[in-house]
Design a protein around this ligand. Structure first.
Ligand code: SF4
Ligand code: SF4
Length: 115
């Protein structure tokens, strides 16, 4: 039975230092997400610490201090914040990726709790 309601999901997921080479720097996991009825949706709102050009975290060493919603890789997999083609979830049995951002304005309103 799905739970009604919505909440903000973590703004992103941080790459673990030991396997950073897996990251393709698409930046999608560092965008805000919303959860509606246990389904995760991407928004087009990037974390304020994500560099728009390089798609790298500008505060990587202090990311958990700077952004309380930043997730570890393990947390990100558990919450389902990585897209299906992200190398970090390749081979993860039963992994369910977020839905792509649909209407950008709508998902932004969802994220801000206005819908
Ligand atoms: S703090 Fe860095 S790693 Fe964490 S979500 Fe923001 S840009 Fe991504
Ligand atoms: S979704 Fe995966 S490949 Fe893209 S930035 Fe995040 S960790 Fe890297």
């Amino acid at each position: 039975m799905s739970r009604r309601g919505r909440k903000r999901a973590g703004e992103g997921a941080a790459r673990a230092a030991h396997d950073e080479s897996l990251c393709r720097r698409c930046g999608r996991c560092c965008h805000a997400k919303v959860i509606v009825d246990d389904e995760v949706y991407y928004t087009d709102i990037p974390c304020p610490y994500l560099d728009a050009t390089s798609k790298l975290c500008t505060v990587y060493e202090k990311r958990f201090e700077k952004n309380s919603e930043c997730l570890t890789v393990e947390e990100g997999i558990k919450m389902g914040v990585f897209p299906a083609d992200c190398p970090y979830v390749a081979g993860v049995a039963g992994y369910k990726a977020p839905h792509a951002a649909g209407d950008a304005a709508q998902t932004a309103r969802m994220y801000r709790g206005q819908e």
